[in-house]
Ligand binder design. Structure first.
Ligand SMILES: Nc1ncnc2c1ncn2[C@@H]1O[C@H](COP(=O)(O)OP(=O)(O)OP(=O)(O)O)[C@@H](O)[C@H]1O
Length: 315
């Protein structure tokens, strides 16, 4: 595995005194899709801004493609693309010219064939002569991506690429991100849609209050922190749990009308234990009217992790 971005001890204290990034270490490998998840204000945009030269770090070292970003920033930055949350300039420009101009900003020779390919892949070719201000919100998003791809970056940051876009555009974005990965582009995306990380990411980082709480392969994270939850609705309420169930991680809830199971480890163990539980109920002569069972999602894991930290922080 080749590391293409290495961040260590990255700290950002804004003039207000607020510490938006607190000693962040993070390594991004070539060719991966990395999703950075965090609640509002966690520091995601600040982190992207620091790597892309929009935010001046207070401390820390960043290396991209082997270049130290403090001393050799320009060469590193030339290989990085950024799709920000909002379009702030170019509103009066026609699409094609704005995208070609973005390429020129990095000192690259014009390449109309590449610009055409980018515009076509984003369904913008028909709109290439239109002024950006006349486009719909979704089309403006596509222009942002086209601008970031104009200089053929090897590392692409997408800051909440699908916030506020419709389902169709979101699917299109996912397809596009997948296609970029196929071409070997490394992608770091921030998202509030955990479904997006679950669908696309190879690795997931969870950030809160400027600190990275966890980084892991998505599958490993779900396996390690995943669990199964089952609620068994009883035909008759119970006053207490039967002794036969003592070995299982169950509790009596909802005024004795349901038995809740929380356990397992994301590998199927939970489902097997729920099966055991139902058999034990039958053996004990306890009748039930329904079972609701689900495996935890990345969202459950995320919420648990962030809440756990809230509790620790308050303690
Ligand atoms: N220019 C600034 N000056 C002072 N504080 C700032 C500045 N920019 C961001 N912050 C603060 O830094 C913290 C991190 O903000 P940041 O935008 O990086 O979070 P985020 O994770 O991207 O949030 P969101 O998901 O809402 O976009 C927040 O508390 C924010 O208010």
């Amino acid at each position: 595995m080749t590391a293409i971005l290495e961040i260590s001890g990255l700290t950002k204290r804004y003039a207000s005194g607020l510490v938006a990034l607190d000693d962040v270490d993070l390594t991004i490998n070539k060719g991966e899709i990395f999703a950075l998840l965090g609640p509002n204000g966690a520091g995601k945009t600040t982190l992207i801004g620091a790597v892309c030269g929009l935010v001046r770090p207070t401390a820390g070292i960043m290396r991209a493609f082997g270049h130290d970003m403090a001393t050799d920033w320009r060469r590193a930055r030339a290989r990085i693309g950024l799709v920000p949350q909002e379009l702030s300039t170019d509103m009066f420009e026609p699409v094609e010219r704005a995208v070609a101009y973005s390429r020129g900003l990095f000192g690259l020779a014009p390449n109309p064939a590449h610009i055409e390919q980018v515009l076509r892949s984003l369904s913008l070719w028909e709109k290439r002569k239109d002024r950006i201000m006349t486009l719909s919100g979704g089309m403006k998003r596509r222009v942002l991506i086209a601008k970031a791809l104009a200089h053929e970056p090897d590392l692409l940051f997408l800051d909440e690429p699908t916030a506020g876009v419709d389902v169709e555009l979101r699917r299109d974005m996912w397809r596009l991100i997948g296609a970029m990965r196929e071409r070997g582009v490394t992608i770091i995306l921030t998202t509030h849609y955990i479904e997006e990380a679950e669908e696309m990411a190879d690795r997931v980082g969870i950030i809160r209050k400027g600190r990275i709480l966890m980084v892991d392969d998505k599958a490993a994270m779900m396996k390690r922190l995943g669990r199964t939850e089952a609620v068994i609705t009883l035909a008759q309420p119970l006053a207490e749990l039967p002794a036969a169930l003592a070995a299982l991680t169950v509790s009596l809830e909802n005024g004795g009308t349901s038995i809740c199971y929380r356990g397992g480890d994301g590998t199927g163990k939970g489902k097997a234990e729920v099966a055991e539980l139902t058999k034990a109920l039958v053996r004990a002569g306890i009748d039930y009217t329904g079972i609701d069972i689900h495996d935890s999602s990345l969202e459950d894991i995320f919420v648990d992790l962030v809440e756990e930290q809230e509790v620790e922080g308050a303690a």
